[in-house]
Ligand binder design. Structure first.
Ligand code: KG4
Ligand code: ZN
Length: 336
């Protein structure tokens, strides 16, 4: 079979990203422009501003991705784009651009689910990895425990009932004055804190053993901060960060391994922005090693939003003939 070179475009949140990937696993270029500096001023992503920023840079980002890959528009076999889930305005920028590109260059258009993109980052990092495997997807908007049965075939075993893991990181970081984006800042602060300093709750949901809940933990952190303030006690930010992170990681690893044991899993992967977290990577590695499970975690640059994971996922979808017409629309609450 001949090679398939796919241009992947991602704009579902605050990264404008484009990449060129060959056969779903070989990255020829991966260009990302983050809007973090803009949104930091507001303490979180402002959807309308995010849309405008995507419009400002998308032409340049795609052009740079093609240039770095040494390809031009005609060398591309298909253009892939995230069409959901995500923020509707930001998604529409990528979808509209991809449709125009596909129409103008007479190329196939491949719609990609954002979470499928995150999972597929593992195929890039590990060219030998093939389904079936289990994957914990943890990002700013999602916390899913997924049984990857085959390429593009997913069974969601558990999901968050309220906040996503990354959302909890971001909210707690704001409360303890670390700012946005919270994940990397808590990750760093926690390295110098005591994870056992404060006993924050580990939520388990009755009857739904693989589901997650992080809003109670977030409230517990806020209550702790309030009570310190009322008592006039100084808050040790690093201890709060480390103790909060320990509670998140415990639950993520606990549910993951419960499912891995039950399903007799041999290969376990993680994906999404929170998968770049040091404590989570270490704890998952250890839990998998204890069970003789092969553990997979993409490099941090492939964990947070990027275009390569979208182009990668699109390759496997294209093998099954999945394409979209020019009536493709953004679907903000798209289900896996
Ligand atoms: O996958 P992603 O880039 O975007 C979404 O699809 O949501 O994930 C972003 C999330 C943010 O909540 C960010 O705080 C979190 O991932 N994150 C981290 C780390 N790096 C990014 N959380 C914990 N530790 C990190 N090192
Ligand atoms: Zn994401």
């Amino acid at each position: 079979m001949s090679d398939a070179v796919i241009l992947g475009i991602e704009s579902s949140c605050d990264e404008t990203a484009a990449a060129v990937v060959k056969n779903g696993r070989e990255v020829l270029s991966n260009v990302i422009i983050s809007q973090i500096d803009t949104h930091t001023i507001y303490g979180g992503v402002v959807p309308e501003i995010a849309s405008r920023k995507h419009i400002e840079v998308i032409v340049q980002v795609v052009g740079e991705a093609l240039k770095q890959a040494g390809t031009d528009m005609q060398d591309i076999d298909a253009v892939a784009v995230t069409y959901g889930p995500g923020l509707v305005g930001p998604l529409l920028v990528g979808v509209s651009y991809a449709k125009a590109f596909a129409y103008g260059c007479r190329k196939k258009l491949i719609p990609v689910h954002h979470i499928e993109g995150h999972i597929s980052a593992n195929y890039i990092e590990y060219p030998e990895l093939e389904p079936p495997f289990m994957c914990l997807v943890v990002s700013g908007g999602h916390t899913h425990l997924v049984n990857v049965k085959d390429y593009g075939e997913y069974e969601v075993l558990g999901r968050t009932m309220d906040d996503a893991a990354g959302e909890a990181y971001d909210k707690v970081a704001r409360a303890i004055g670390l700012g946005y984006p919270g994940g990397p800042k808590i990750d760093k602060a926690a390295r110098e804190g005591d994870p056992e300093a404060i006993a924050f709750p580990r939520a388990h949901i009755d009857g739904e053993e693989y589901d997650f809940s992080f809003s109670g933990l977030k409230s517990a952190v806020l209550n702790y901060l309030n009570s310190c303030e009322m008592k006039g006690e100084k808050v040790n930010t690093r201890d709060v960060a480390a103790s909060f992170q320990a509670a998140v990681v415990d639950v993520l690893v606990g549910n993951s391994m419960k499912a891995a044991d039950r399903y007799g899993v041999k290969h376990f992967a993680i994906a999404g922005g929170v998968a770049s977290n040091t404590a989570l990577r270490n704890a998952m590695q250890e839990a998998c090693s204890e069970r003789g499970i092969m553990f997979y975690r993409p490099s941090p640059i492939l964990c947070t939003d990027n275009g390569a994971m979208i182009a990668g996922a699109a390759y496997f979808e294209s093998l099954k003939g999945k394409t979209a017409g020019l009536n493709l629309n953004a679907v903000p609450n798209l289900k896996l």
